[in-house]
Design a protein around this ligand. Structure first.
Ligand SMILES: Cc1cc2nc3c(=O)[nH]c(=O)nc-3n(C[C@H](O)[C@H](O)[C@H](O)COP(=O)(O)OP(=O)(O)OC[C@H]3O[C@@H](n4cnc5c(N)ncnc54)[C@H](O)[C@@H]3O)c2cc1C
Length: 384
């Protein structure tokens, strides 16, 4: 097994780094402190051709390769959290169609995503059910050539601006998780029966409530088979989980770089604080943990087959759990190294400090990842 990037991967990493530093860095202080969707970020991602990395070649993309997702997410989140969110939400909104949708749906949505004309979202969570997915209460009742949706979704990242929003609702509530069906909807309002509301979260994140009140969805918008939506929802998460780890490696890397720079400049007791061993040891631990997480993510990404992401589910949980928890510790240490300067509202470390908390919760909390890892261990899928 190789532990090095290929030449192509290095090229991609350098390309995204250059793009992020030249185009995203100037706008990051504003977009990463503004909760709503940044259409300027969407435009820049499209212009750079990055939207094509979440779409198969047959529909105008370059194909979805988990190692590329990891590389792109690390480099985007290192500079601009919102760019990373926007990039991956189009993957999460589109994967249900890519993996389970019909040809008509693929032709309708995917070429537009590749060009950055539309963005994606994924709406599963509700106020009363996050980890316990089978307990969602949204319903979809057949009515002629349509379904009537009722329900209240929470935290749908980029939800309010997504013309390709994957939504999950129960078509047979008596069947629990087996009664869930996946739909693709246009969540842009105004539309009869649809309301969206931006949520107020600790980090400036475009999380939306989506409220359906007798909202009519044509039957042709069912993604996959009716009643098989749980598999659609879980497979999408299984593909993307490892890349959450990559995004937090990027956040941790950014925090480390801020701390390193500060430590070399800041004078205390007649020398730079980087000369104190107490600070050097912190920096050494931060760098080591970031690299360990990056390797775990890279290995999992290399092994992930998007047609069968369930085969690497335990590894993906390890990559996500380790990286997200590592990043929280690294960002916290970076604040410590910056002292009071790390707590000034709106500064880079402040933005990272706010952003790093949510990934331990979304796409499966740390506790749920531990459950998945334990199950994989019991089945002998990982552990050696
Ligand atoms: C910034 C952000 C963005 C998000 N984006 C999206 C999105 O785009 N689309 C979407 O659908 N959702 C999204 N979510 C929702 C997210 O996926 C859920 O918040 C997450 O799954 C946890 O669900 P919950 O908040 O309902 O917590 P709960 O599931 O109620 O969990 C509460 C606590 O109980 C623990 N717990 C639950 N079950 C167990 C168990 N069996 N064993 C041990 N502990 C357990 C959890 O780990 C947690 O600590 C987002 C959330 C955030 C914060």
């Amino acid at each position: 097994m190789s532990f090095q990037y290929t030449e192509e991967q290095i090229k991609l990493k350098m390309r995204v780094r250059k793009f992020a530093e030249e185009k995203l860095a100037p706008i990051a202080p504003e977009v990463d402190t503004t909760a709503d969707i940044s259409w300027e970020v969407v435009r820049l991602l499209a212009e750079e051709g990055l939207c094509r990395f979440v779409v198969p070649e047959a529909y105008g993309g370059v194909g979805i390769a988990p190692p590329n997702l990891a590389i792109i997410r690390e480099e985007l989140s290192r500079v601009c959290i919102q760019a990373d969110d926007t990039f991956i939400m189009s993957a999460m909104g589109g994967l249900p169609i890519i993996l389970f949708g019909n040809e008509e749906q693929k032709r309708k949505y995917l070429p537009r995503v590749a060009k950055g004309e539309i963005i994606g979202s994924y709406s599963l969570t509700e106020a009363g059910s996050g980890s316990d997915v089978a307990n969602i209460q949204a319903t979809a009742v057949p009515d002629g050539d349509a379904y009537i949706l009722n329900g209240h979704k929470y935290y749908a990242s980029n939800g309010g601006g997504a013309e390709m929003c994957s939504v999950f609702a129960k078509t047979d509530p008596s069947q629990g998780g087996r009664g869930i069906t996946a739909f693709v909807i246009d969540a842009k309002t105004p539309q009869p029966g649809l309301k969206v509301k931006l949520m107020n979260l600790v980090a400036a994140h475009p999380g939306y409530e989506i409220i359906f009140e007798n909202y009519r969805v044509p039957k042709q918008n069912v993604v996959g088979e009716p009643g098989k939506g749980m598999r659609v929802a879980m497979t999408t998460l299984d593909v993307c989980r490892c890349s959450v780890g990559a995004a937090t490696v990027g956040i941790a890397q950014a925090a480390f770089e801020e701390a390193m720079k500060f430590a070399q400049q800041r004078q205390a007791f007649g020398r730079s604080i980087a000369e104190f061993q107490g600070i050097q040891f912190k920096l050494a631990d931060m760098a080591m943990n970031i690299q360990a997480a990056r390797l775990l993510v890279s290995q999992c990404a290399e092994m992930t087959d998007i047609a069968h992401p369930e085969r690497t589910i335990g590894r993906a949980s390890m990559a996500k759990l380790f990286s997200t928890e590592m990043a929280s510790r690294v960002v916290d240490e970076a604040v410590q190294i910056l002292g009071g300067s790390g707590l000034i509202e709106g500064c880079k470390i402040d933005r990272l400090y706010r952003a790093v908390r949510a990934p331990r919760i979304y796409e499966g909390t740390s506790e749920i990842q531990r459950i998945t890892i334990s199950r994989s261990l019991m089945k002998g899928e990982i552990g050696q």
